[in-house]
Design a binder for this molecule. Sequence first.
Ligand code: NAP
Ligand code: GFB
Length: 333
Amino acid sequence: MHVDTVTEIAQMETQKAPMRVLVTGGTGLVGRAIEQVVQAQGGCGKGEQWIFLSSKDADLRDLAQTRALFEKHRPTHVIHLAAMVGGLFRNMRENLDFWRSNVHINDNVLQTAHEMGVVKVVSCLSTCIFPDKTTYPIDETMIHNGPPHNSNFGYSYAKRMIDVQNRAYFQQHGRRYTAVIPTNVFGPHDNFNIEDGHVLPGLIHKAYIAHKEGSPLQVWGTGTPRRQFIYSLDLARLFVWVLREYNEIDPIILSVGEEEEVSIKEVADSVVEALGFKGQVVFDTSKADGQFKKTASNAKLRRHLPDFTFTPFSQAVKETCDWFVANYDTARK
Ligand code: NAP
Ligand code: GFB
């Protein structure tokens, strides 16, 4: 491999030292999955240190708290997950807060990582940030080709700025900071709050209540929009691979294939089956559908990892439902 600059040589040297990985947003859906995968892979056994953070360790919207956190842990690598996150309906209500909170978090984390000499940062975008008016399938080159869907423009533009910052840190300082672009994620430790969360945990929570009350399961919208879903534990395995092996600045989509795309109605059917719900399913078409589809290509991922296997969707939904029922009292809802 041709090494261009002293910076890259220094970075390569640093990478030979054991990694000390700071995971911002480590107590959320994705963070908990990465923690489970790292433990299963014995990551900490290789002299590595993994530190999983919550907002109680530092409010990353605050630069002084961010700096104090990095001074304390002195990470060599960062997986940056911390964000204000929510489903369609919370995004529609709070676009300004999604913009401000995430822009402050992202700028504080990336600038502090640079100042502290962090070798690599892997940040997190989302397939919902792509242009609303686009050709399909969407790929990594299309992020800035037009405005995002109006329902979540605050979150989308804040996330797009991570890609702009990564390119700027490379151009001006030779930093090899990158990002992944997951599609809709679900799994254990998700946010099951019905008003603020995403569709899958929302339907699981609503079906659980409907079963107990003998009432119908209310699916919001028409049920016709289409989504690709990635199980959090599959995403976690891919995240660890990106940290260790992926060296581009350009982001990479982490998603199941286009052929795995399902309708919201099919999602509801999978939840009904997994929970053994026997009641009526009704569609509240007074509620928004949001983006009709955001079909993303995982061709770039497949070029790197042609043999990676995803957990079958129905199995992942069943495992998530079982987790929710078993942890109902402590789950975020
Ligand atoms: P999540 O379950 O809501 O977890 C968010 C994490 O960020 C929590 O650990 C939370 O800490 C932390 N956090 C929030 N605000 C913070 C602040 N001001 N300072 C410090 N930490 C803060 O989110 P997630 O679903 O795991 O998402 C993780 C990443 O994946 C995010 O960047 C998100 O944009 C991205 N993503 C998610 C999806 C999805 O469908 N879920 C899809 C694509 C991309 P507390 O636990 O203390 O609140
Ligand atoms: O996961 P979700 O809230 O967000 O899914 P998006 C919204 C779709 O599911 C809409 C339907 O078509 C809703 O009408 N739906 C049906 C429900 N029942 C429910 C329910 O009980 N709860 C919810 N939430 N939806 C988000 C972006 O878009 O994707 C975020 O807004 C984020 O920024 C996330 O990036 C990954 O998939 O539409």
